[in-house]
Design a protein around this ligand. Structure first.
Ligand SMILES: *Cc1c(COP(=O)(O)O)cnc(C)c1O
Length: 366
């Protein structure tokens, strides 16, 4: 059932925020705190497929208390940004990759696959009505949160026969308000993020729910994020709660990241950085990496930089790794050169300050 052309019914908000109110929010948006005046909704049911695509005023969703998502967690999501370029135009980064990933997540969670062109069109539709929310401030963006829920009212355990896809949008300031600063992360040995054969490779809310307790433990140890190991041997690096992880071997100009294992989320930032590193002649390795390799490599000086990456923060330098009874790295050391130059290169492409040689950008307005 290919439905590549759904037309969107647009209802403008009767009381959108005033230019003044919006300006005040955009001055200091933080992350995920404020939402634009509109949202996108597209419905699906087993008999008719995708239908009723609409842009509506932003507001609460009415759900039957028996809706599948409330009981069995049938939910998936995406995260993707809009960037304003110097000439005022608005662009996004590799949206087809996010659309394809949403389809893979849908398959795993027994939700319907949204055609990628409807996914991309939904970003264009919300941009058309909320474009004034895309700030031109330095490293500001409009963060889109597309998501899908099973909303059939039925308590039997099976994939819902009704689902809805939504897009909401939230203005985001620079992730590091005071400049990019290395963080400390906590190695969780009590918990795994994902199980073998589980949902680790799907971007689903349930994975995040499972990461919140270890995340609290990390915070209690003065760390900002958790690092998870593989769920079988508890030996190999997987990723952080919501970011992929990279090691830089400075002397050999090598970039290493854990190979996709079936329980690692396939980050689009991860894949893009691997490409940029290859382009600049670095050796790139996607392979198994043990936690001992990290500890020993930092101690011996072979591993010169470590960082995490994802759409929200782009690249976060990791200054220190802590775990039960050990600590490696130096939190007070400045972020590494490779980390910062990859970060600059990627954001320069996203904000149109450097040629988009891989054709990663898609225009959202006009
Ligand atoms: C979204 C996400 C990432 C990063 O993916 P990007 O496409 O780079 O934003 C990494 N790990 C997890 C668990 C995620 O949910």
């Amino acid at each position: 059932m290919s439905q590549s052309s759904l037309s969107f019914d647009v209802t403008r908000s009767a009381n959108p925020r005033s230019a003044d109110e919006r300006a005040k929010i955009l001055e200091k948006p933080g992350f995920g705190l404020y939402f634009t005046d509109h949202m996108v909704a597209v419905r699906w049911d087993k008999d008719t497929g995708w239908h009723d695509a609409a842009v509506t005023p932003y507001g609460p969703i009415a759900l039957d208390p028996a809706a599948a998502v409330l009981h069995y967690g049938q939910e998936i999501f995406e995260g993707i940004k809009a960037y304003r370029h110097a000439d005022g135009s608005i662009w996004t980064f590799r949206p087809e990759a996010n659309g394809a990933r949403l389809q893979r997540s849908a398959r795993r969670l027994a939700l319907p696959e949204l055609p990628v062109d409807i996914f991309v069109e939904s970003l264009k539709q919300i941009t058309a009505v909320d474009k004034d929310w895309v700030s031109d401030a330095d490293e500001a963006s409009l963060y889109f949160r597309p998501f899908m829920i099973g909303d059939e009212a039925f308590l039997g355990v099976r994939g819902a026969h009704k689902a809805s896809f939504y897009v909401i949008a939230s203005p985001a300031g620079p992730y590091f308000a005071k400049g990019v600063a290395p963080v400390a992360i906590w190695l969780s040995t009590d918990y795994a993020r994902a199980a073998k054969g589980g949902t680790g490779a799907a971007k689903c809310g349930g994975n995040y729910a499972a990461s919140l307790l270890p995340q609290q433990q990390a915070q209690a140890q003065g760390c900002s994020q958790v690092l998870f190991l593989d769920p079988v041997e508890g030996k190999y690096l997987e990723e952080l709660g919501g970011m992929n992880v990279f090691l830089v071997y400075g002397k050999t100009n090598t970039l290493v990241t854990p190979a996709l294992s079936g329980s690692i989320l396939e980050g689009i930032t991860r894949e893009s950085l691997l490409q940029l590193a290859r382009d600049r002649g670095m050796t790139v390795e996607e392979r198994k990496v043990t936690i001992d390799e990290w500890k020993q490599g930092v101690s011996s000086g072979e591993i010169t930089e470590v960082f995490a990456c994802g759409t929200a923060a782009v690249i976060t330098p990791i200054g220190q790794l802590k775990g039960e009874g050990f600590s490696v790295g130096d939190l007070s050391a400045p972020a590494g050169e490779v980390t910062m130059s990859l970060r600059k290169e990627l954001t320069d492409i996203q904000y149109g300050r450097q040629p988009d040689r891989h054709g990663w950008l898609v225009r959202l307005d006009g």
